[in-house]
Design a protein around this ligand. Structure first.
Ligand code: FMN
Length: 314
């Protein structure tokens, strides 16, 4: 069940996604005690951020829509938490960082965050979130390939361990190709996480004749079963471009072992659980891990290498 992202070994491929239930130390310790193979922390910014106005998260039959607005305690807390988490739970700890705007002043802000993790934290990997769709007035950076390139150069200059990028969904091969070209310019990028929410979707309640969430006129990030085929296609598309150099972490719509199996077949080396962990609690990691282990045994698979990327062409 062991898997590797960059230089870091994970005891198995299932851990939490940045966002749901990983903001406070108490929440992070729950992940530490669980069978999640790593502790991914909430995306953090230079200043503490409040939640967007309510209602900002709604479950719908095939998933969820959210516009949380990246609420977090601020980067210094996560630098501090990394010491406690690493010492107590002895598993990989991953920071998620965000960059909000494209002026020189913001570059300096971002430098402060990454430098602090470099100099004072015990995190093993950093995931650069280029894909939050829910900050009012801010675009998803990863749709701007030039700015993404600039940010990755900046991180490479400040951070000496492996880097990952949280990507939004892409819907056309020209875009996965363009992002792959950016990634190839940055050899320190050792993993990408596919995908963040499908941004700016709208769900309407016909009874009330209103959107079901409030921020951004009801436009929010869609996830769950609706999104899994888009996430799988993104994993596969990046595999075709980056297979030798960059590992992929799959995210969205992981409910059980079947989803894990499908993401690994497509080329993911690990998967992140968001909504299922938030709904079911930390037992979700143990349940899905056990189910997945049983399935591998039944299929006589001796290691994940016999599964990862082994999708058969029709
Ligand atoms: C309530 C909520 C908050 C989220 N916050 C973040 C975040 O702060 N940073 C981030 O990179 N992704 C965030 N995401 C996206 C998740 O990390 C992840 O891509 C997704 O939840 C995984 O899919 P799943 O929920 O179907 O398991 C959030 C998702 C939800 C539902």
């Amino acid at each position: 069940m062991e898997t590797q992202i960059g230089n870091i070994k994970f005891s198995h491929p299932i851990f939490n996604a940045s966002g749901p239930a990983c903001t406070t130390l108490e929440e992070l310790e729950i992940i530490g005690k669980s069978e999640s193979s790593a502790i991914m922390m909430k995306t953090c910014s230079l200043e503490p951020r409040e939640w967007n106005p309510e209602p900002r998260y709604k479950e719908v039959p095939l998933g969820s829509i959210n516009s949380m607005g990246l609420p977090n305690l601020w980067y210094k807390k996560y630098v501090e938490f990394s010491h406690i988490l690493k010492e107590k739970y002895k598993k990989p700890v991953i920071a998620s960082v965000v960059w909000f705007c494209s002026t020189q002043a913001c570059n300096n802000d971002f430098e402060i965050i990454v430098k602090a993790f470099q100099e004072d934290s015990l995190v093993d990997l950093i995931e650069v979130n280029l894909s939050c769709p829910n900050v009012v007035g801010k675009p998803q950076i990863a749709y701007d390939f030039e700015t993404s390139d600039t940010i990755l150069s900046l991180v490479e200059n400040l951070w000496n361990k492996d880097i990952g990028i949280k990507l939004p969904p892409y819907f056309d091969p020209s875009h996965t190709n363009a992002m792959s070209e950016v990634i190839k310019k940055h050899p320190q990028v050792k993993f990408i996480t596919c995908i963040n929410s499908v941004g700016n979707t709208l769900i309407i309640d016909p009874e009330t004749e209103q959107p079901i969430i409030k921020p951004k006129w009801g436009f929010g990030g869609l996830g769950g079963e609706y999104v899994k085929p888009i996430a799988l296609a993104n994993v596969r598309a990046f595999y075709k471009n980056l297979w030798e150099s960059v590992k992929i972490i799959g995210a969205w719509g992981i409910l059980n072992w079947i989803d894990v199996y499908e993401f690994l077949l497509a080329w993911a080396s690990a998967v992140q659980l968001g909504t299922t962990f938030a709904k079911e609690g930390p037992e979700a990691f143990a349940r899905i891990k056990k189910e997945f282990e049983n399935y591998l045994e039944k299929k006589w698979k001796k290691s994940l290498d016999e599964v990862i990327g082994k999708l058969k062409e029709l």
